[in-house]
Design a protein around this ligand. Structure first.
Ligand SMILES: Nc1ncnc2c1ncn2[C@@H]1O[C@H](COP(=O)(O)OP(=O)(O)O)[C@@H](O)[C@H]1O
Ligand SMILES: [Mg+2]
Length: 276
């Protein structure tokens, strides 16, 4: 593993999308979806950067089983290092065709407290937004990155809002849970519509298999939810015991590429490959 440096590779295809994976509630599957989809895109030859933007519950370091990180995203945002020094090149580890770079967030209590203290600091947040926007240009233009994926904190966290502001494809993930559906409705109206002027797309995750017995069930669920929330549903993913049994110890799609969960993530990746 090494840190990223300019000129290591060239843009392979003409696509630059920044995707945020966000939700109203925690535990909807954002980190798992972000990491597995990022890997699939890199396996298919796209240059991908995955960034842990969940400063309350950073989890990518555990998911990728990282034990020595020189610079965290925390250091980049505090201007103690440059963005390229944060990115760890995992292309060799996962044998991806495209570049697979990941930026990790420090999960220590001290670092989480530090980030929490900055959460309402307007000057800090304005600087974070500028760093994210500049970083996006740098990654797309100088590093030839095709997809930049942000795994974010749930709800109204300012760091998530900053990433969403920079996003081309803001994605919301929900579970089949009444409280989550109602909360997501308010998040869409209050934050995405009124404050950000963005229209997110929706992934419905962890749907009980009893609700998805035949293709008609998928269609019905899709039209019901899209009517209720006023946005497009781009993925419906069943709840799989095998994913839970994996306990976040590996990237599921690498270990079980033929599993239905992996196929669902693969279809999601195709949605972004086909987009503008
Ligand atoms: N489709 C699924 N089926 C079963 N378990 C899932 C599925 N998607 C995610 N999970 C599990 O849900 C839990 C929360 O996922 P995580 O990605 O950490 O959510 P978040 O980042 O939104 O908090 C994890 O234990 C994960 O393995
Ligand atoms: Mg998470």
């Amino acid at each position: 593993m090494s840190n990223a440096s300019v000129g290591d590779w060239n843009p392979n295809r003409n696509k630059n999308r920044a995707i945020t994976i966000h939700s109203f509630k925690g535990g909807t599957g954002k980190s798992n979806l972000s990491a597995n989809m990022a890997l699939i895109l890199a396996e298919r030859g796209w240059n991908v950067v995955l960034l842990d933007f969940d400063f309350r519950a950073p989890s990518l370091n555990a998911l990728f089983q990282m034990n020595s990180i020189k610079y965290w995203i925390n250091d980049w945002l505090a201007q103690r290092c440059e963005l390229n020094e944060v990115l760890v090149d995992l292309s060799d580890r996962y044998q991806t065709m495209g570049k697979f770079l990941v930026g990790f967030t420090n999960p220590s209590g001290k670092a989480i407290n530090e980030m929490t203290m900055h959460s309402l600091d307007e000057e800090w947040q304005a600087r974070v937004l500028q760093l994210v926007l500049d970083g996006k240009d740098l990654l797309f233009e100088q590093y030839g990155i095709n997809f930049q994926i942000f795994d974010t904190s749930p709800g109204f966290a300012m760091s998530s809002i900053n990433a969403i502001l920079a996003a081309d494809d803001p994605i919301l993930v929900i579970k089949m849970d009444h409280l989550d559906i109602v909360g997501t409705y308010h998040l869409i109206k209050g934050v995405y519509d009124q404050t950000l002027g963005k229209k997110p797309e929706l992934v419905v995750n962890k749907v009980p298999c009893s609700m998805l017995q035949n293709p008609e069930d998928y269609k019905r669920l899709k039209s019901e939810l899209s009517l209720k929330l006023g946005i497009e549903i781009i993925g419906i993913i069943p709840c799989f015991c095998e994913v839970m049994e994996n306990m976040g110890r590996h990237l599921f799609v690498k270990k079980h590429p033929d599993h239905e969960f992996s196929q669902s993530i693969s279809r999601l990746a195709e949605h972004f490959e086909k987009g503008n």
